[in-house]
Design a protein around this ligand. Structure first.
Ligand code: HAX
Length: 437
């Protein structure tokens, strides 16, 4: 058994005993009560999931296994001291709960490279799709078409014990994560470039290889991809992509189906599609505000555009969050990356200006719970700066990163043998009766 699996099993055996005890001995302990508004407004703040990979604090942002993004900047292995942590290290941290060494991290880069071969039929499936098919449509189709290789599904059909489900889930997850950059780059190049495929480079790590296969070969872009892949990787269990992956996984659907379900949720405008919406909205705004050099004039115009968007009953994309109540640390991480590497950029300047203008306006509405920017407010401008201008593709990039967290968690779901998820629902009559109306 390889070292990662060995550690996983050691930890798993101890934790499974705890989960079993919680259910059998402490199953009756009441943890919190539920209000009608929580049920009718998206179950916000209602604890209903066990997620070990990360926890989202409304005031401090995401913590992967207890570590903030800022802390991980120093603690996770990097290929150069002034560079960005490798997402492989973050995956090991989320999976095993321990900070990995550089050697363990680089060994995972090698393993993922070796597992990265995408079956020919997947490319054929993609080639059969029209070039106008949205990248997320292509991406989810490609993921589902890879399920022909699911080892979990084969083992389940062969009748393995449920105590062993985690093992083939782990194998599927490792193969899937290894292949995602290849599939995503294939979609990018067939949709937006000349359709020639660039082979992965065995010398490069997972994120740098993604950039390389998309056609971007520059150390600064590799760093951008490492950072991007780390900050989008996980956001505890209740967000739509994580929850959908988990939910479908509890039906024992194979990891490919489970993750595809998560990606279809990520493709929604209130979730991961927001990174495209931000760019679309900013470009529409630029058409209206023009190209003046007068900063005050531009500021006034932007302010008017923000108010107009709201008055039309639309949201400001990239702002607000269901859990966070502060500026998203993932926004700040990207802002710091831009401060370090980008001298001056018109779009990034606009994004920074919006950061000044939007929160007071949203606050003044009196109903927006979080007027601050989220991760999607910055990512597009940064990618545009490095020449990746095809913003329809941005949610695919988000999705490749999100695999790290939701699939590490899927392995734990299977390790704990978490059962079928099946909450109950009630009719309107029931709610009226409860409310006494
Ligand atoms: N602009 C204008 N109004 C907003 C707003 C925004 N950015 N964010 C929230 N509101 C409004 C809501 O529409 C709601 O209005 P109504 O009561 O009239 O329906 C009110 O404020 C209360 O909403 P909330 O409780 O603050 O927000 P929710 O938890 O319901 O929703 C959202 C959180 C992220 C969906 C929301 O803030 C939003 O639509 N933001 C813009 C889209 C976006 O950036 N999504 C990406 C979020 C991060 C993410 O998942 N990335 O992948």
């Amino acid at each position: 058994m390889d070292q990662i699996k060995k550690k996983l099993l050691e930890k798993g055996e101890k934790e499974c005993a705890v989960v079993k005890r919680l259910i059998s001995e402490f199953g009756n302990v009441v943890v919190e009560s539920v209000n009608i508004d929580q049920i009718l407004t998206g179950m916000k703040g209602m604890t209903s999931l066990l997620t070990v990979t990360s926890k989202l604090d409304p005031e401090n942002g995401i913590r992967y296994r207890g570590y903030s993004i800022q802390e991980l900047q120093d603690k996770l292995p990097k290929t150069s001291p002034d560079g960005e942590p490798l997402p492989e290290g973050l995956f090991l941290l989320m999976l095993l709960g321990e900070l990995p060494t550089l050697e363990q991290t680089q060994s995972l880069s090698k393993e993922w490279f070796e597992r990265s071969h995408v079956p020919d039929h997947v490319k054929k499936v993609l080639d059969a799709m029209p070039l106008e098919a949205k990248p997320m449509t292509q991406f989810s189709t490609a993921i589902i078409s890879m399920a022909t290789d699911s080892l979990f599904q084969k083992a389940h059909r062969a009748g393995i014990s449920k105590n062993d489900y985690w093992d083939t889930t782990y194998e599927d997850v490792m193969n899937l994560i290894a292949r995602l950059p290849v599939v995503a780059a294939y979609i990018y190049r067939r949709t937006f470039k000349d359709g020639t495929f660039i082979e992965p480079d065995p010398k490069l790590d997972w994120a740098a290889n993604f950039a390389h296969m998309m056609g971007y070969d520059d150390e600064e872009i590799y760093r951008l991809f490492r950072m991007y892949m780390c900050i989008h990787a996980d956001h505890e269990g209740g967000n739509v992509s994580a929850h959908a992956t988990h939910l479908v996984g509890t039906a024992l659907s194979n990891p490919y189906y489970s993750y595809a379900a998560g990606m279809l949720g990520l493709a929604g405008p209130l979730h991961g599609y927001a990174n495209q919406e931000v760019m679309f909205w900013i470009y529409e705004m630029i058409k209206v505000i023009g190209d003046s050099d007068d900063k005050e004039e531009i500021r006034t115009q932007i302010e008017a555009y923000v108010r107009k968007t709201i008055s039309e009953g639309k949201v400001i994309p990239g702002y607000g969050h269901a859990v966070l109540r502060v500026t998203d640390p993932r926004f700040t991480a990207q802002q710091q990356f831009a401060e370090k590497y980008v001298a001056d950029d018109k779009l990034i300047n606009i994004v920074n200006m919006l950061y000044d203008i939007v929160p007071p306006i949203l606050k003044s509405l009196g109903k927006v719970k979080n007027p601050w920017p989220n991760v999607d407010a910055f990512s597009g401008a940064l990618l545009q700066h490095y020449g990746i201008s095809e913003y329809f593709f941005y949610t695919v990039m988000f999705g490749v990163s999100r695999a790290l967290g939701v699939l590490a968690q899927l392995i734990w779901d299977r390790m704990y043998n978490l059962p079928l998820e099946r909450p109950s629902s009630e009719t309107l009559e029931w709610f009226k009766e409860k409310a006494g109306i």
